[in-house]
Design a protein around this ligand. Sequence first.
Ligand code: NIG
Ligand code: FE
Length: 431
Amino acid sequence: MQSEPTSSAEHVLASTVIRNIGQLVTIAQQPLPGASGPLQILHNVALAVHNGTIVWIGRDEDAGSLFQPATDMPGDSITLVDAQGAVVTPGFVDSHTHLIFAGERANEFHLRRAGASYGELLKQGLGILTTVRATREASAETLTALALARLDSMASYGTTTVEVKTGYGLDMATEEACLRIISGLNAIEENTGSQLQKMRIVPTFLGAHLLPPEYQGRRDEYLDLVVNMMLPAFADRARFCDVFCEQEAFSLEESRRILTRAKELGYRLKIHADQLSPSGGARLAAELEATSADHLDYASDEDLIAMREAGVVATLLPGCSYTLRTSYPGARRLLDLGLYVALATDFNPGTSYCENMQMILGLAMANMGMTLEEALTATTINGARALGLQDHIGSIEVGKLCELAFWSIQDYQQIGYHFGVNLVSSVLVQN
Ligand code: NIG
Ligand code: FE
């Protein structure tokens, strides 16, 4: 079926039908009949889902008699959801998080407020290494419980797909344990007593987050461990390999070595590039045709153009600028250069302790000159692009997977305007 209004008497197989959607902000990548504006908004519509896929979008008044249960099995029926005339958008795609860790670093946050820099703390063995110590000491049960609580919080603000990085283990056993936990999160179907029914989780291996303390003075040995042992061992578990390419972490050459091997092994690539100083990471992302390069605060126009030509998504993380009180990344420059721009939380205990994509969208609008339309695009379909999933999620179109956010507002223009409160009432992910 097409999404155009229909009065056909034909029946459509469906497991779930969502009625009475006041505004469906589709962010469709193809023009939809009857849709308006750059976000392709439809009014007073219904939507049907079968086997996790959107099978029909049309006028609500046509939805009454159109559907039949997916099977003839006794007891099988269609789940009806009433959107009560409110706004429905694609669920947020949070394409960059460091979700698996134990402990927190409030004291370091306040030390920074008193004048210490993030880089100085790193050099003193604090920062990421504080979290590595806590994570190594934590049990798998603790790490899993923490991850679930964080996912639940993310879902409550409208996120339906989350990329999750390792990087606080930095040894074979803990990195593997973290990857196992991340894969396990995909299988957890119901987190009782919470909003989280199901979220899509995308695992990323970030063994090259920082040199672990026990390898001080033996950098090459740690690189050998990552390249020769960890990468081959984790190729089946992680979809992406990421590297923190920064003066304080891994050099351009070291990053190239790791990412090149990862690519040979079938990983897709991400890179923390040019966050604290120009690192050459953006250029490397272009050279290796990474799926995304993230941060990019110090990337040059030349490197950004190389990224655009190589189809690398630019992921901006304003939560870091907010936390570190540094300048916000120049979204306008990237948009004007024609890059795909994604926004993500960078959820982590050091530079962005924030699960809330509405906050990130608000920061981008308030401080980076992004319009609501650009920010919504960056948090949905471009987040999906940053995970290579743009053909499956990130917009509401027939044939795409069902990942929806239900809002408690009647007009999407409330988003970014009414701030400091949660405007999402629930999410729906169907597999
Ligand atoms: O994206 N840059 C490296 N990783 C994180 C920070 C991690 C931490 O401070 O624990 C980031 O900013
Ligand atoms: Fe990060």
